[in-house]
Design a protein around this ligand. Structure first.
Ligand code: PEP
Length: 252
């Protein structure tokens, strides 16, 4: 089964709308047309509209990094799925480890946000991954399974069409430490088996599973060559147009 690669940047809390516009001008020129893969950028909410306008007809998907699960209401400081969609987002990152660690996002919240994302026709990119202590204690699979089950709670097989999963070992995010290709492939395969149990054959075969954690131009190709690694979620190396362009243009 060939899955279309999904290469996504996560800008975290970096870049204004003005900076996003400048970045996209340079990035588009570097990347040109790539018709065999999806290229995406998760940008701060305040930059979505400018980024989407700047992406124009390039095919580059602009997304949000979080949403609230309610449609609207008295939730000061929050932003809904419909709001980011209206601003130009076509995907949303859910349950990133920084959201789980610093803002208290739980699996249960991620599952509600997933429902909200699907309701607004946003591609959900659901993040899971273990900490260093969990890996060292031999609990990687246990943790990933429980995050997957909790985050996908209530999702029916026929709703999983656009679902994307990102495996991001927390110890590899922003640390310069990358999982080896074998370590990453092993967990990706485990995730695919769990998707089979949770959502059935079609979803297990079609769901794209991205690797995230210190992906750089020099390690992207080897990671993306693994049979169950279908793309990347890239933090630090997506902040500069040239390094993200080098990653998305990997020779697959
Ligand atoms: C991320 O933010 O999801 C991430 C993987 O960051 P980095 O590439 O910097 O490790």
């Amino acid at each position: 089964m060939t899955r279309r690669p999904f290469l996504a940047g996560n800008w975290k809390m970096y870049k204004t709308g003005t900076e996003a516009k400048k970045y996209l001008g340079e990035f588009k020129a570097l990347v040109g047309t790539l018709s065999d893969r999806d290229v995406a950028l998760g940008v701060p909410a305040a930059a979505i509209r400018e980024a989407a306008d700047a992406a124009g007809g390039s095919g580059i998907l602009i997304g949000a990094q979080n949403i609230h699960f309610e449609k609207e209401g008295a939730f000061t400081g929050e932003i809904s799925a419909d709001m980011v969609k209206d601003a130009g987002a076509s995907f949303v990152i859910l349950g990133h480890s920084e959201r789980r660690q610093f803002f208290g996002d739980t699996d249960s919240w991620v599952s509600k946000k997933l429902r909200a994302a699907l309701g607004a026709s946003l591609i959900p990119v659901v993040c899971v991954g273990e900490s260093l202590a969990q890996r060292e204690a031999g609990k990687t699979n246990e943790l990933v399974e429980s995050q997957l089950k909790g985050s996908l709670e209530g999702l029916a097989p026929d709703e999983a069409g656009t679902l994307v999963i990102a495996y991001e070992p927390v110890w590899a995010i922003g640390t310069g430490k990358t999982a080896t290709t074998d370590q990453a492939q092993e967990v990706h395969l485990f995730i695919r088996k769990k998707l089979l149990e949770l959502l059935g054959e079609k979803a297990a075969a079609e769901t794209r599973i991205l690797y995230g954690g210190s992906v750089k131009p020099d390690n992207a190709k080897a990671l993306l060559a693994q049979p169950d690694i279908d793309g990347a979620l890239v933090g630090g190396a997506a902040l500069k147009p040239d390094s993200f362009a080098a990653i998305v243009k990997y020779d697959g």
